[in-house]
Design a protein around this ligand. Structure first.
Ligand SMILES: CC(=O)SCCNC(=O)CCNC(=O)[C@H](O)C(C)(C)COP(=O)(O)OP(=O)(O)OC[C@H]1O[C@@H](n2cnc3c(N)ncnc32)[C@H](O)[C@@H]1OP(=O)(O)O
Ligand SMILES: O=C([O-])CC(=O)C(=O)O
Length: 426
């Protein structure tokens, strides 16, 4: 340990003792980067419960108060007044676009929706019942093979091209993955339609037949995409940053993010919630027995769609999604029984000491699946829909990181617990 006089710091209610150079306290938190140099010690923080890996100007969350803002704008205002394309621009470029900027952004993303013909063949290589998430991540990764002019993370033109190509092509890839999963022919995008309409047509349209998108449905999906668009350093975004910190191109980094999102503890929770509700609906288990199993931690069962690393209060997005589910299920005649079960589970949880003590509330994905289902999507597509929403956040975070040439490669340390040294026998 260092022989210097330790500094006593009061930080977020805790008294800390650290060598003086090791601790630099400011508005930006407690920087302990020099700790290794000054003391030879490393910090141990599994799951990054306390460790900030970056400074970022994109998304602000106050988890205790249930506040979420993109670039300073409250999520409630964006969900009500903006649209997904504008929010994507805001996240990526830092400001709301002017009318002209938005029109140009709309134009460039509409013009790049097509996939290379050869990439279409790629989809036929997957089994008929392939889950669309690995199809999505594979196809995103494969995009880099077609666009050598979009791969240099330090060339602004490359970065710009990979940005609009990904924004334009991800909905096409997602629609192809959907068609693959239901065994129907894929549709070429129709660039007279906006991003959401094109995606809906790509999924539910039939070749050579007109497809009308109900404006209430496209508005609902657009709002859900806004709600998922960024969430600071969540698991998939940290993955995108980690891969990007090795100076990997945007396609490679986003593909890795899609894979992280697939996990049921993260974006895959929306699919898992529906599975859980269905099991309860089918009578496999009553809501009461299910809650007992959760509280007893039987077989690691959790109330899916509940709990969050940052929110220790109601997730502000879940409130909006619940309202949307209420309106939309009334209009589209969704599965009221499943919605009832979800609401019963929620009210039970909010009154139960187990959940209250641990500050477990519904997260963004507790109610989204019910809406996706009412819109006609099979459960397998739910996390794909999340990925479509999260894409601008991934792009914005990757660009923010690589715009700083001093960004260091992500490389956590470890506490070694294995054998010290042994001789190979013989
Ligand atoms: C878009 C998103 O990614 S939002 C999250 C989506 N994921 C889910 O909905 C899956 C269910 N939720 C979870 O698994 C967790 O709440 C996570 C992964 C979201 C957050 O995990 P962490 O911040 O690491 O919290 P952790 O797992 O330590 O949980 C803290 C305590 O609450 C309990 N807990 C957390 N979530 C739940 C839950 N959904 N059901 C029951 N108990 C839970 C844990 O068992 C633990 O209890 P303990 O203190 O007795 O050991
Ligand atoms: O922030 C997180 O840990 C999980 C996440 O992506 C979200 O809630 O949208």
């Amino acid at each position: 340990m260092s022989e210097q006089t330790p500094a006593h710091l009061e930080y977020q209610g805790h008294e800390l003792e650290l060598p003086v150079e090791a601790a630099v306290e400011g508005n930006d938190g407690l920087s302990i980067a020099p700790l290794l140099k000054t003391t030879g010690a490393v910090t141990y923080d599994p799951g990054f419960m306390n460790t900030a890996n970056t400074k970022s100007a994109i998304t602000y969350i106050d988890g205790d108060e249930g506040i979420l803002r993109y670039r300073g704008y409250p999520i409630e205002q964006l969900a009500e007044k903006s649209n997904f394309l504008e929010v994507s621009y805001l996240l990526i470029y830092g400001e709301l676009p002017t009318e002209q900027q938005l029109a140009d952004f709309d134009n460039v993303t509409r013009r790049h929706t097509l996939l290379h013909e050869e990439l279409k063949n790629f989809f036929s290589g997957f089994p008929r019942d392939a889950h669309p998430m690995p199809v999505l991540s594979s196809a995103v990764s494969a995009l880099s093979t077609y666009y050598p002019d979009s791969l240099d993370p330090f060339d602004p033109d490359h970065v710009e091209r990979s940005t609009y190509r990904l924004l334009a092509k991800l909905p096409t890839i997602a629609a192809y993955a959907y068609k693959k999963s239901v065994g129907q022919p894929m549709l070429y995008p129709d660039n007279s339609l906006n991003l959401v309409e094109n995606f809906m047509r790509g999924c539910f349209g039939v070749p050579a037949e007109p497809y009308e998108v109900d404006p209430d449905i496209s508005k609902a999906l657009d709002t859900l995409l806004i709600l998922h668009a960024d969430h600071e350093q969540n698991c998939s975004t940290s993955t995108v940053r980690m891969v990007g910190s090795a100076q990997a191109n945007l396609f490679a980094s986003v593909s890795a993010g899609v894979n992280a999102l697939y996990g049921p503890a993260h974006g895959g929770a929306n699919e898992a919630v529906l599975k859980m509700l269905r099991e309860i609906q089918a009578g496999d288990v009553s809501p009461e027995t299910f809650m007992e199993k959760v509280k007893n931690k039987e077989d690691g069962v959790r109330l899916m769609g509940f709990g969050h690393r940052v929110y220790k209060n109601y997730d502000p997005r879940a409130r909006i999604v619940k309202g949307l589910a209420d309106d939309l299920l009334a209009k589209l005649g969704g599965d009221d029984e499943l919605f009832d079960i979800a609401q019963r589970l929620e009210s039970k949880a909010l009154e139960d000491d187990y959940f209250v003590e641990r500050k477990l509330y519904p997260n963004v994905d507790f109610y989204t699946g019910l809406i996706y289902k009412a819109l006609g999507f099979p459960e397998k597509m739910f996390t794909v829909l999340f990925a479509l929403g999260r894409l601008p956040g991934w792009i914005a975070q990757w660009r923010e990181m690589l715009s700083d040439r001093n960004t260091k490669i992500g490389r956590p340390r470890q506490i070694y617990t294995g054998e010290a040294l042994r001789d190979y026998p013989g």
